[in-house]
Design a protein. Structure first.
Length: 238
């Protein structure tokens, strides 16, 4: 089992006692409008998919502790249905989730972000988190930050203007990921219902290639955490 929510307290306790669980991934994201063609849960589904694939590849040493679907999406509130947390609420919940996993015994914790609107508020306070949780190998990483400009140019037709614009909002990158991992969330008949034609470039094959590249980089990242080769630091927030 790779999901914390799926195991019993006995199973968790015994795995910790055996030293089996060495790292925890806490996905955070958003539930917000994604143009006319992607479901509002896109950010949450994408970061959850990435976290799950990493944990599966690193089983039984990594567990996923889902705790926060909604994020900071005030800039999308003009589109009804979007959920948005106040920055203070968002940060407080992340803090509590980290504290919970430390209390459970984890020394290696990765908060894996899947929403651009969550980056700036965390950037302002991450040093404070590191001081508060000193002694814990704690990291915050937005999953697409493991991709380079060369990756973007290779994987995407629109990649020449990336990665500064990664992942784009419901554009080729995100639409491709959805087609690959959760195609039921893509309304293909609505892809053309917007001025920007970029989403029409998306394919499931591109999405799978993106996922494979991201997951491979994150496996390396988490492995380095477990091996002590990657210590807490203030990340370069884009």
């Amino acid at each position: 089992m790779i999901h914390l929510r799926k195991i019993t307290r006995r199973e968790f306790r015994e795995r910790m006692q055996r030293g089996e669980l060495q790292a925890c991934i806490i996905p955070v994201a958003a539930v917000e409008q994604h143009l006319e063609h992607l479901a509002m849960e896109h950010d949450w589904r994408s970061v959850s998919e990435v976290a799950q694939r990493v944990a599966e590849a690193m089983a039984p040493n990594v567990i996923v502790a889902e705790g926060l679907m909604a994020g900071i999406s005030e800039h999308h509130m003009r589109h009804p249905g979007t959920l948005s947390l106040r920055p203070a609420t968002f940060l407080a919940v992340i803090n509590d989730l980290i504290r919970s996993m430390i209390h459970a015994g984890f020394k290696n914790i990765l908060v894996l972000n899947g929403h651009g609107g969550n980056i700036a508020p965390v950037a302002g306070l991450w040093d404070q988190f590191l001081r508060e949780f000193e002694g814990v190998n704690l990291h915050y990483l937005t999953y697409w930050d493991v991709l380079s400009a060369d990756d973007a140019a290779e994987l995407l037709e629109s990649g020449t203007r990336l990665p500064d614009d990664l992942p784009g909002h419901a554009q080729e990158f995100e639409t491709s990921m959805a087609l690959a991992a959760f195609p039921e969330n893509v309304r293909l008949d609505a892809v053309s219902d917007q001025a920007d034609p970029t989403p029409a470039l998306a394919t499931a094959a591109k999405g799978e290639a993106i996922l494979e590249r991201v997951v491979a980089r994150l496996i390396t990242f988490v492995s380095e955490m477990i091996d002590g080769k990657r210590q807490p630091e203030t990340p370069h927030f884009h």
